[in-house]
Design a protein around this ligand. Structure first.
Ligand SMILES: [Zn+2]
Length: 458
C-alpha cells in the first residue's frame, strides 16, 4: 500500500484529536429498531442492507424491467427524425442531452458520451434470454439554447432550486425538434455553466422529503461544469458528472444506503471522492456505479486487519481526514490489513477513527450498497407511470416533479473548485473514443437535423 512519511507523522499527531471525537460520538443505534435511512442514528452494521431494495420490479407489461412498456419497445421510436430502437428483452434508457449557449462551450464531447455508453453497456444488469448490460441511447441536441454560454440557469432562494428556467429551455427544445408527441420515456440533462449562481457541478430533480421518495428517481438533471464540458481533457469529469446526476435520476444516492457521503467502502461515482476522477479497478480509472456491496465499517471500532473484505479485490479507495486538504488515496490490496491511520503498522486492536470527512466528524456505521442492483428506472414515476394500463397517451401527458427542489448543502452535488480545474488543466490524461470503447466495440452515430443519436452497435 502506498504511504507517505509526512502523512504518517501528521496522522499520528492527529490521533489524539480524533480519539477525542469518540467521546462525543453518536450513540449506537437502538439494536432492535428498523434501520431508517432518514434517521442515521438507527443505522447499524447489523442491519442487512438487502432489506432495502429500491429497484423497480419487472412486470407483465414491462418484462425487462426498464420502466418502458414492452409495447413501446417493439417498433423504433421517431425522435425528431432519428429512430431510437429499443429492445423489449434488454434494459434501455434514453437520455436527451441539451445545452445552453450560442457557442459550444457547454456541449459535451463525444469522448465523454463514449464513456457513458461504455459504462452502461457493461453494467452487471440482467434482461431476458441471457441479455446483459443496459443499452443507453444518447440523444444530443446540436445547437444550444440561445443565451450566453456562461449564463447561470435558474435561481436558488431559501435553499430551494427553482427549475422553471430549465422547464422553459426543455419545452423550447421539445418544440423546436418535434419531440412533443414522444411518450415520456426519456430522461433530460441540461449542460450549462452553472445553476443558481452556485459552484455546484450539478443537480437532479429528485424529491428529498423522504429517502424513499429520493430513491424513486427523477427525469431532469443539470450538469454544470463551467464550460469544461467541451474540453476533451475533462471528458472523464464530464462523463462522471452526467452519470452522477443521471444516477440520482435512477434513484442512487451519495451514500448508497443513505445520503452519507465520502464513505471509503462505497466505490461508486455517486460518492464525491470518485465523481470527477472515476473509481479505480486494478489501477485503471473507470466511471461506474458500485458493482459490489462492501461490508459496513464501524468508525467507533475500526479494525485494520479486516480491511474492506474480499469483495474489494482490485478496487482502490479514498478517504479524508479533518484538517487535510487532499484525500488519502489507497491502492494495492485493500481486502485486509488497511493502515487507516497511516502510522505504518497494522493495529491488532480496534480504534475509533473518522473515515468520511468532510461529510461529518461523527463516528457512525458506514453502510454501503451495490448500486446496479438498486436502479429504479421509473424516473420518480414519470417514466412508464402508465405501464399498468399500457396507455401510451398517458405517457405523453404526465405531470412532472414540482418546480422546486430543496438543496441543503449536504445534498448539493459536488463543488467544482479551483483545485479541480487546475487538476484537469495540468492532467496528462487523454481520452480517445477507440480506447474508451475497447476492441470490437463501435459507436453508432445517427443524425437528423439538429439531433444526433449516439449508441453502441449491438
Ligand atoms: Zn449528487
Amino acid at each position: 500500500m502506498k504511504t507517505d512519511l509526512s502523512h504518517r507523522v501528521l496522522a499520528v499527531l492527529s490521533l489524539c484529536m480524533l480519539l477525542s471525537f469518540a467521546t462525543s460520538a453518536q450513540q449506537e443505534g437502538t439494536k432492535n429498531a428498523k434501520p431508517d435511512p432518514d434517521n442515521p442514528a438507527s443505522i447499524t452494521g447489523k442491519s442487512a442492507p438487502s432489506a432495502y431494495k429500491w429497484a423497480n420490479k419487472k412486470t407483465k407489461l414491462d418484462k425487462d424491467g426498464d420502466g418502458i412498456p414492452d409495447a413501446l419497445e417493439t417498433t423504433p421510436i421517431n425522435f425528431g427524425g432519428v429512430l431510437v430502437t429499443l429492445d423489449p428483452e434488454k434494459k434501455d434508457v434514453i437520455l436527451v442531452v441539451d445545452f445552453v449557449g450560442t457557442d459550444n462551450a457547454n456541449l459535451p464531447t463525444v469522448e465523454s458520451l463514449a464513456i457513458l455508453l461504455a459504462s452502461f453497456n457493461s453494467a452487471p444488469v440482467k434482461g431476458l434470454k441471457g441479455k446483459t448490460g443496459i443499452a443507453l441511447h444518447l440523444v444530443s441536441i446540436g445547437s444550444g439554447y440561445p443565451l450566453p454560454s456562461n449564463s447561470s440557469i435558474g435561481t436558488i432562494a431559501n435553499d430551494e432550486y427553482d427549475w422553471s428556467q430549465l422547464d422553459t429551455i426543455k419545452q423550447n427544445t421539445i418544440a423546436a425538434n418535434n419531440l412533443g408527441s414522444i411518450p415520456h420515456i426519456y430522461h433530460y440533462c441540461l449542460s450549462c455553466n452553472n445553476y443558481g449562481g452556485s459552484g455546484s457541478s450539478g443537480i437532479s430533480r429528485n424529491g428529498i422529503s423522504t429517502y424513499s421518495q429520493f430513491r424513486s428517481g427523477a427525469v431532469d438533471s443539470i450538469c454544470s461544469l463551467q464550460g469544461y464540458q467541451s474540453s476533451v481533457q475533462a471528458a472523464g469529469m464530464t462523463a462522471g458528472t452526467i452519470m452522477h446526476e443521471f444516477g440520482h435520476n435512477l434513484g442512487l444516492t451519495h451514500g448508497g444506503y443513505d445520503h452519507v457521503n465520502y464513505k471509503p467502502n462505497y466505490i461508486s461515482i455517486m460518492n464525491y471522492h470518485f465523481q470527477f476522477d472515476g473509481i479505480t479497478v486494478n489501477g485503471a480509472h473507470s466511471y461506474d456505479y458500485s458493482r459490489v456491496l462492501l461490508k459496513p465499517l464501524d468508525e467507533r471500532k475500526i479494525k485494520e486487519k479486516a480491511g474492506l473484505g474480499s469483495k474489494a479485490k482490485g478496487l482502490g479507495t479514498q478517504f479524508s481526514y479533518q484538517g487535510y486538504q487532499n484525500p488519502f488515496i489507497l491502492t494495492g490490496d485493500l481486502t485486509k490489513n488497511v493502515d487507516w491511520n497511516f502510522d505504518g503498522i497494522i493495529e491488532k486492536q480496534a480504534y475509533p477513527w473518522n473515515l468520511n470527512y468532510p461529510f461529518d466528524v461523527d463516528l457512525t456505521w458506514l453502510v454501503s450498497e451495490k448500486n446496479w442492483d438498486n436502479i429504479n428506472f421509473t424516473g420518480g414515476g414519470n417514466i412508464g407511470g402508465a405501464v399498468a394500463n399500457s396507455n401510451v397517451s398517458d405517457l405523453v401527458n404526465q405531470n412532472y416533479e414540482g418546480r422546486f427542489t430543496k438543496v441543503p448543502d449536504n445534498l448539493k452535488c459536488r463543488e467544482l473548485t479551483d483545485a479541480d480545474k487546475l487538476a484537469i488543466e495540468t492532467s496528462q490524461r487523454k481520452f480517445s473514443v477507440e480506447e474508451i470503447l475497447g476492441p470490437g466495440v463501435k459507436m453508432k452515430i445517427t443524425k437528423s437535423g439538429n439531433l444526433t443519436l449516439y449508441t453502441l452497435e449491438q
